[in-house]
Design a protein around this ligand. Sequence first.
Ligand SMILES: Cc1ncc(COP(=O)(O)O)c(C=O)c1O
Length: 354
Amino acid sequence: MICKHVEALVGYTPGEQPRDSTVIKLNTNENPYPPSPRVAECVASFNTEKLRLYPDPVFLEVRERIAQIHGCSVTQVFVGNGSDEILALCTRAFVENNGSVGCFDPSYSLYRVLAEIRGVSCKPVQLKPDFTWNMPAEYAADLFFMTNPNAPTSMLHDPAQVANFCLSFDGVVLVDEAYGDFADQNCMDLAVAAGNRNTLVMRTLSKSFSLAGIRFGYVIGPEGLIAALYKIKDSYNMDMLTLKIGLAALNDLEYMQRNVSRIKASRAEMTAALRARGWKVCDSQTNFLFARPPEGKAQVVFDYLKQNKIFVRYFPGPMTGEYLRITIGTEEQCAALLVALGLCFEIDIYAPLT
Ligand SMILES: Cc1ncc(COP(=O)(O)O)c(C=O)c1O
């Protein structure tokens, strides 16, 4: 009854969403600050009478705003029910039945699951121990998911290296810039450039815009690839309220940028504080840190923090098992994390703080 490949599938495990509101939640890379006040105004003034109508199936109003922000045409913009939906659609639009999906290992673990759901193979490219990459000679896939900055490593792949890869790659490249607003550089130019045949660049409102609770991602790229996504999407993949809220947020870029600056300041402080305590911390270009506690005792620290109601993310495995992924919280949450780590005496990892 159930398809064999679905029966064999190990689904994606999202980070925990505890009901206990006293938990300090640094496990799913959400933004610790609320969305723009324009979002609250938009929800308060929303005329619910309109909900009897279907939403605009091709969401022209938000596409116009996105096109204006990035300097491209509306025909180059697709919007999805979270960027996760866009990733899934790409595996259906750009991967042949006997084809393959590529990505780095480690990177966003959903990519492998999406390939399995689609019933095609996943061809991961192992990152080097310093989390940089060289593409293997003769590497080929129908679609390559290039997370930049990467998750969970938090590091930015050099946009020039990404551009070279896109030029030489035969398949479609989707540059997943879920954390792009927290980075010093990005690859959006590749998507918008005249002559671009194969590169899509994707963003989400879930992180920098503090809107993980509505589901809103978008992707920009060559008209032909974007048209293919429209062809296969659900008729009404974006609901009316989400479109309104998304537009309100996209009309207040300044607010988003102020929050991003605040998070980047906390990121620099947290990085310095952990390094001073003997942690190895990757140079983050995201709203989280990927950090190795002394002696690589990540699992022990993870458990300790959880007991103390501080949730971070732990990914077992040869490349990631000695690291924790820690979302940058509010200044108070960051301080609470450092206090908790300072009290880790009983697990004998840290020298007493002076
Ligand atoms: C690299 C990456 N891509 C995509 C997503 C999904 O984002 P969205 O909330 O827009 O579905 C995430 C979420 O954590 C992510 O880390």
